[in-house]
Design a binder for this molecule. Sequence first.
Ligand code: NAP
Length: 314
Amino acid sequence: MLREVIIIGSGPAGLTAALYAARADLKPLVIEGLESGGQLMTTTDVENFPGFPDGLIGPRLIENMRRQAVKFGAEIMGGNVIKVDCKTPFQVTLEEGEEIQCKAMILSTGASANYLGLESEQKLIGHGVSACATCDAYFFRDQKVVVVGGGDSAIEEAIFLKRFAREVKVVHRRDRLRASKILQSRLFKADGISVVWNHVIEEVLGVEDKKVNGVILKDVTSGDRHEEPCDGFFLAIGHTPNTQLFKGQIDLDANGFVITQKNPHRETETSVAGVFACGNVQDPLYKQAITAAGSGCMAALDAERYIESLNMID
Ligand code: NAP
């Protein structure tokens, strides 16, 4: 059976695409992927998604989106795609060996925030460890936070965090920032933000209390260690788009993000006609649940138009 649309990935972009495609009677199939629900599943309170003035937890927001998409006829399937063929008819292969073909494909596999990989850090995600200052800064009002990283994101996040936090320390592994000069100059002018140079994080403290209460820093030049008390620990060491499956088949930028916006009539289309991308897999800049959802809507509308154009040829 040839499906109309397959959506790969089930974060806010994929589920919004599913909702719109379902309402257009395209009977979309969503393949959830390994990180079902995406980054929102590891977010506690979401207070910046319009329509929810009292906020809600990330997993609840995803559950609501799923229910809404399913209500209109989207089919959501567990499982992981291990192969994608971007030649028409498009084909996805699931881990279990099943192969499914479709007329249009929407890629919403997201991007995963990079973590240091420390066991303590992983245990405290959502309990003071965060990779999204925009999402979580509000919870650190009048507290002290540590940000790790030296790029634009780290500096932007540090400046944003200082709107809420009493004190922000940026920990960077070198003696020079990678961030743009303009952001650096804003950083150095800001009150209450300091940089700890040439240090790495060895451990996040607070696992027993299920709440961050400090970090252990190591000086990379002397090897000395010291404890830095803090209430929050933010990672800003880059994101990795989940695009391994598409490499060599559609155009990716130098950082691996899917390139879209080449077709003025279908802005979410990739370099392959009929393959669309939405959400963080194609967005190195905004990375918000609401922008992901918005681009998911666009991808579904674009896919609908593309399928209509195929039907006119038939
Ligand atoms: P990035 O530029 O790749 O910077 C990542 C930073 O994290 C670097 O300073 C790197 O250190 C550090 N880092 C990486 N792995 C680490 C590890 N394991 N331990 C400690 N530190 C580690 O990433 P980004 O800041 O997310 O920016 C991504 C892209 O988006 C960039 O092109 C950036 O310009 C752009 N961006 C632009 C804006 C803006 O224009 N307003 C805002 C945000 C992002 P080293 O420096 O030593 O490598």
